[in-house]
Structure formats: C-alpha cells, structure tokens
Design a protein around this ligand. Structure first.
Ligand SMILES: [Mg+2]
Length: 320
C-alpha cells in the first residue's frame, strides 16, 4: 500500500513510479520504510544530495557536503521517531577531485552519523561528472510514527524555527555572503532525533520532517492522514537569520519561513490534551522550542491563514 502524497510535479512522478511498481513495491510514501523485526521495527530511508541541485561547491566545504547529506537522510529517521543505527553512503566523485576529497566528504558523513549514535556501515565509490552523495540510513523503533495518523481535533506543532536555510540560499543566489547563523542552518542542519523520539513516546499521532518547507510538506501530512490542516502563519516560528532577508525581499517573515526548505525541523500532530506542562518537558529534554501552528479537521488539503485571510502558498518542488 502507498501512503498518499500532496500535489506537485515531483510527487506526480513518484505516483507514476508507484503505479509502475504496483505489487512489486510496498509501504511507499512515508518518510521512511518500516520493516517489522522482532519486537520492534527497522526503519530505512535513502536520500541523494546532488551538486548543482542541493548545493554548489563554492558554498560548502567537502566535509559540510557530507554532513548535510547524512543529516538530511537521518532527519527521515527522526520523523519516524526512530533511533539511528547505521549509515551507508554512495559517493559519485568528479574526476577533478583529489584522492583525499572523498575522505573529506566521508568525514562529514561520519560526524553526522556519530552525532546521532549511528555508525557508517558501508558505501560505494564511483566517478561521475559532479558530486552526488547518496545516503541510506537504518534505524530502529518499537513505535514508528507514520504520516497517516493525524485526526480531527489534533493540534499541529513545529520544532525549532524555520527559514534559516532559505536565508543562506537567498544570500548565495544574489552573490552575497550569508550571515554566519544562516550559513550554519544550511551547512550544518541537526537531525531532530531526540525530539522525534520524545514526541513518539509522548503520544504523537503523525509526524514528518520539513525538507521541502512547511508550505509543501503540510500537504503530505494532510493527504496521508486524509484530513484538512489549518495553519496560522502568524504562529510560525521564524528563525532569526530569516527576518532581514525576508523583509529585504518584501515577503512577510512567516511566509518566507513557511516556504523555506531544508530546515529539517519536525511537523507533528499531537492529541489536544498535550498541554503547557508537556511543552516545558519537551523543551527541557531537547533544548528545542515546540510551537503550535495549526489544527486538524475533517476534509482535505491545507488552509494557510494570515491575520484571518487565506494565503495561497507553494513550497519547493524539484520539477516545478
Ligand atoms: Mg522526510
């Protein structure tokens, strides 16, 4: 069975692939695949990071390229509430790279793995026209949190703050140097493993990570759970480095933040009994903010509201 995805040309292609695979596929469409194993489950996901698409060589060191690729893949384990166990990395390396360069990329992959309690357990090395770092991650959990479990009456929450990564991208794309905190958000994202596990243990109904931005990813949660989401943009936590570039671009900061991808924060649907006391416990356990941004209703799709007005938002799509 395939979990429904939100709209967009990238996801139309994924739907076609799922149709092509038919009975030779299973369990597509969530952040990661779940394989029952003993009294728990293995959780597996894979993610490609491509030079010229996800990053440019002049923006990042090789170590940062490796960290970022691994962090993006590990973030999908966070979104399932899983504990990372192993990381495999397939490197496509340009002919112009030095003999030491693949090791530098893997230093970053290894650091991201170690930061989440996992180890590098394999990989592949090939020559190519440009850098591609494809990271496969394996985790474990007794209680995987899928995208399908949001229910009418739930409250939507976001970890951390959004828009920092987009702030860096905006600066680079106009030939400027991003502020240090914006650059760090892009180059060194932290997969929210502890937050994902805490939320899984405290009643999360559904969860996903914000890789394409809240504006795009919220649609996946709505589609997967067959519900409507109402998101109040004025409540979206805006990352500090996103404020100045959003105003410079004449975009309201919460809209800039909601449309910024690659923050790798979590969007989670929690039962409405989740209260102030629980928020404080989450913040004490993880060091992260947890902000309510909306609510779950009967119906379909996502309504973005700003000061009571409907706002139409598009997130990032590789094929738009
Ligand atoms: Mg994901």
């Amino acid at each position: 069975m395939t979990t429904p995805l939100g709209p967009g040309p990238e996801f139309d292609r994924i739907r076609r692939i799922a149709g092509e695979l038919g009975n030779s596929s299973a369990d597509l469409g969530d952040d990661a695949a779940v394989i029952p194993d003993g009294d728990g489950s293995l959780v597996v996901s894979t993610d490609a990071s491509v030079e010229g698409v996800h990053f440019r060589r002049e923006w990042l060191t090789l170590e940062e390229i490796g960290w970022r690729a691994a962090a993006a893949a590990l973030s999908d384990l966070a979104a399932m509430g899983a504990r990372p166990v192993g990381v495999l990395a397939a490197l496509a390396v340009p002919q112009s790279a030095s003999a030491d360069d693949p090791s530098l990329v893997m230093r970053g992959v290894g650091a991201a793995a170690a930061a989440t309690g996992a180890r590098v357990i394999g990989g592949d090395l090939t020559a190519a026209a440009s850098w591609v770092v494809t990271v496969t991650v394996i985790g474990r959990t007794a209680n995987p949190i899928r995208r399908t479990g949001a229910r009418p009456g739930d409250v939507l929450w976001v970890t951390g703050a959004l828009g920092g990564s987009r702030a860096a991208l905006t600066a680079w794309k106009r030939g400027a140097t991003p502020a240090d905190d914006a650059r760090a958000a892009f180059a060194h994202p932290l997969p929210r493993i502890d937050a994902g596990r805490w939320l899984a243990e405290h009643g999360a109904h559904a969860m996903l990570d914000l890789s394409d931005g809240l504006a795009a990813d919220a649609h996946h949660l709505a589609a997967a759970s067959a519900v409507r989401l109402d998101i109040d943009l004025s409540r979206v936590p805006v990352a500090g480095p996103a404020v100045v570039p959003s105003l410079a671009a004449s975009v309201e900061p919460p809209i800039f933040a909601a449309q910024g991808g690659e923050d790798y924060e979590l969007l989670v649907a929690l039962p409405d009994r989740f209260a102030e006391r629980d928020i404080r416990a989450f913040e004490a356990a993880t060091g992260l903010a947890l902000t309510s941004v909306g609510s779950v209703h009967r119906g379909s799709g996502v309504r973005f509201l700003l000061r009571g007005e409907r706002v139409s938002l598009e997130g990032f799509d590789h094929f738009r």
